[in-house]
Structure formats: C-alpha cells, structure tokens
Design a protein around this ligand. Structure first.
Ligand code: ATP
Ligand code: MG
Length: 311
C-alpha cells in the first residue's frame, strides 16, 4: 500500500491491554490521518473501548498497557487529554456535571484557548450555537435538557478547546434510533468544520458506512480488517467481517453466511487465529498459525484465507 503523504496525526503501534494475565487487546496497530473519520467496529467484548481508552490513558484500574501511542510523532501525555485529544463517552451525563449550567461547563472546558472568563463564556455560547443549542438551553442545567440536547452539548464541549482528535465511544447508544444518525452526522460535521479527526467506536455498521472514511474491524483483541469504509463494508474480505455484515438484516450477503452466534466473548487460543473456531474457511493452518495483518489488495487483512475482492 502507498505510504500516506503526511505524518499521521495519531500512530498506534502494538497496543496491548491485559488484566491479570488475560489479554483483552492483543497487539493493535493503526494510524489516524489529520481530519479523517476512522471507525472501530466489532462485536461486544472485541476490545474496542479498551483500545479507545488506552489511546487517552483512560484504561481501568488494574489494566496493564504496553505499546506506543504517538500524537504527531511524540508520545501522548496526560496534558493532551481534554486539549489536543477529546473524549466523548457513551453516556452524555457521564461527561456533564449536574451542578453547573451548560454554558459555564463549556466555558471551563474552553479555558486553554480562551483565557479570560468573559471571553470563555462567549466561546462556549458560540460552540453551543454551532450544535443548535440556543436560548434557554444554553444556560440550563443538564437535567433540564433532553437526551439529544445533552449529546449536542457534549459534542460542543468536546470541540470547544480545538482538539486535533475526538475519540467517541458509542456516542449515541443512549438515544432513540432516529436521533442517532442525526447526532452522528452532527458530530462528523462539527469535527470536519473544526479540522479535528474522529475515532468513532460503534456497533452500528449502517451509520459507520455513512459517516466513516476508514473502518477497522476488531475481533478478540485484534484488528482483522482495515481499509476504506467502501472497501471493508462494501466488499468485505476477512470471513469475520463478512459474518458481521451478514448478521445485519439489510446486508446483501447470503443468509447462510450469518455467524452462528454473537453471544459471549471469543476465547483466543494460544496458537492460531482467534476466529478459527467459528470460521467457515478455517483449516489446520488457521488453528495452528496466527495470521498477522498484511496488505491484501486495497486493505489490511489478518487472515490466512481472505475472500478475494476486486481492488
Ligand atoms: N476492567 C476490566 N477488568 C477485566 N477485564 C476487562 C475490563 N474491562 C474490559 N475487560 C475485558 O476486555 C474485553 C474487551 O472489553 P471492551 O470493553 O474493550 O469491549 P468492547 O469491544 O468495547 O465491547 P462493547 O461493544 O460491549 O462495548 C472484554 O472481554 C472484557 O471482559
Ligand atoms: Mg465498548
């Protein structure tokens, strides 16, 4: 694959996260280009949230993290969080304080770019207006807002200090389905307007198809396929990606390629491909030899028997 023209905004190299011996993220590498939207998808327990959190130094207590995360070539530091890197958690209430007005909270978040208090409040109100929050909502307390309005406030707060990367973990799951796509569209649009890249963790492949530039598919703590959203979701190559897409009712793939089950957490064996026990293409090699990621056509695939796809 051709090298990207510029230095990546974020480079993740061999990221591992483990808990008392059990590895939940098992050597994840990818980069994010300035301004792009990269989606991290995969079923529950794949390690998406841990990967996203590890980039920000927000892994849970007891997690051992190794590997490198470089922001424009330099290791990420605690001071980058909230300034160069913004975090949007699943539940908007978790990032809003219940005891402060929305505009006051944003003004505080804007402190590094707008130092004087009055200036910060003006910056905060402008950021709120950009996500469609005006009038009484601006000076309200979070509990007085609807779920959608809170999520808008959180988006404004993430962007108010001019971050280079926004990391959003399932930012719309608390909302009803009609609102989700609207909020994701808003998030993408505001990131683009601010020149910020977006790492979007999502279960919702249809939204990802619409809003992401590239997609990384995770399975059992590894990235199994990485490429443009069009390539990965339109012409999936890894058997796991095909199974994931076939499990959607709207996908164009044959019904029989559905994954047998989406229950439980995959148990990677010591040797071999973690997906082998569920994979229709698995053979002895897959059970004995771990496939590393390699360039395959227009994407990266970690699989001994990827489906051929036209580039
Ligand atoms: N605090 C923890 N202690 C021990 N194990 C953990 C902890 N947090 C996560 N794990 C394990 O790490 C694995 C990956 O978790 P993670 O939350 O990253 O999954 P995910 O892909 O975000 O799933 P979901 O789609 O359900 O949010 C899980 O199997 C989980 O059991
Ligand atoms: Mg998660």
């Amino acid at each position: 694959m051709p090298l990207p023209p510029s230095e990546p905004l974020l480079a993740v190299e061999g990221l591992r996260v483990s808990f008392t011996g059990a590895e939940a993220v098992r050597g994840v590498s990818f980069d994010i280009q300035p301004g792009e939207v990269l989606a991290l998808v995969g079923e529950s327990g794949a390690g998406k949230s841990l990967t996203a959190r590890a980039l920000l130094g927000l892994t849970p207590h007891g997690a051992a993290v190794s590997g490198r995360v470089l922001l424009r070539g330099a290791p990420v530091t605690a001071a980058d969080l909230g300034r160069r890197l913004a975090w949007i958690p699943q539940d908007a209430m978790a990032s809003l304080s219940p005891v402060h007005r929305v505009d006051t909270q944003l003004a505080f978040a804007a402190r590094s770019s707008a130092r004087r208090r009055r200036e910060a409040l003006a910056v905060a109100r402008q950021a709120l207006a950009q996500v469609g929050l005006t009038g009484e909502a601006v000076s309200a307390y979070p509990h007085a807002l609807s779920g959608g309005m809170r999520q808008r406030a959180v988006i404004a707060m993430a962007l108010v200090d001019g971050p280079e990367l926004v990391v959003a973990d399932e930012p719309t799951t608390a909302l009803d389905p009609e609102r989700r796509d609207q909020i994701l569209a808003l998030l993408r649009e505001r990131c683009a307007a601010a020149g910020a890249a977006l790492l979007l963790v999502s279960h919702d492949l249809e939204s990802v198809r619409r809003h992401a530039d590239r997609v990384a598919v995770m399975y059992a703590g590894r990235i199994v396929e990485l490429g443009s959203a069009e390539a990965v979701l339109g012409r999936p190559s890894a058997p796991y990606t095909r199974g994931l897409l076939a499990s959607l009712p709207t996908a164009g793939l044959p019904h029989r390629s559905r994954l047998p089950s989406f229950e439980g957490v995959p148990q990677p064996s010591a040797a071999g491909c973690a997906f082998a026990p569920r994979c229709p293409r698995a053979d002895a090699r897959c059970r004995g030899e771990d496939p590393g990621p390699r360039a395959y056509g227009d994407r990266l695939v970690a699989c001994h028997h990827p489906w051929e796809v036209a580039a």
